[in-house]
Design a binder for this molecule. Sequence first.
Ligand code: AMP
Length: 253
Amino acid sequence: MKILVTVKRVIDHNVKIKIKTDKSDVDLSNTKMAINPFCEIAIEEAIRIKEKAEKEGITSEVIAVSVGTSLSQSELRTALALGVDRAILIETESNIESLNVAKILSKVVENEQPDLVILGKQAIDTDNNQTGQMLAALTGMPQGTFASAISINNSKISVTREIDGGMQTLELNLPAIVTTDLRLNEPRYASLPNIMKAKRKPLLIKTPEDYGVIIKQHCKLLGVDSPAKRQTGIMVESVSELVNQLKNEAKVI
Ligand code: AMP
């Protein structure tokens, strides 16, 4: 069983986002970066599948792929410490559009011929939620998006998805593409010995040109802004005062 997982380097989700003074973009200077949380879930699921398969005597391999600047090596090393076997970094400028990423990933899929590709459902920096779907379109592979549970049975995978008002379970033929939702699993932490071992695991560095992909950007970032500051609340003594405030001050009823 060969599993490809995608790893995007994003601002650590615990960090408060800073904006450049000219509001042209988010300020990444001295900002803690990390693996996109949905990609952490993808890595965890791939490792669990590998561990289960190996218990059943099936050899498995997990490969992590990232598209980004050379700094993304750090997130790939973390993936290796978590249990990924080898990693590939395709070096590009920062934040290229999803279609470019999907085109590069489709070439990696063509080269590696994985049985399963697991991506996060979205990257928390751009919130695009489109790379997995684009990759499915480019490769012609079936897709199960927003997975909250998966199970593999011979050449098929069933994917449970949370949809409005309930759950939906799909069955896909492998090779397939799955994107992860939050409830799929709880990612593990890397142990110190595994962090040390990860330094010796293979990390291949490639370029889009190696895969014959020309990067084309279709959108221009015009600017970013912080969310409006929340006004401080007030304490009310009674329900009638609350109703009065909502009616006459906030004017919402
Ligand atoms: P997005 O469509 O940008 O919201 O991203 C969805 C998922 O695609 C992410 O959670 C990642 O697993 C994957 N992905 C997006 N961009 C990259 C990238 N530059 N490198 C690796 N994986 C990526």
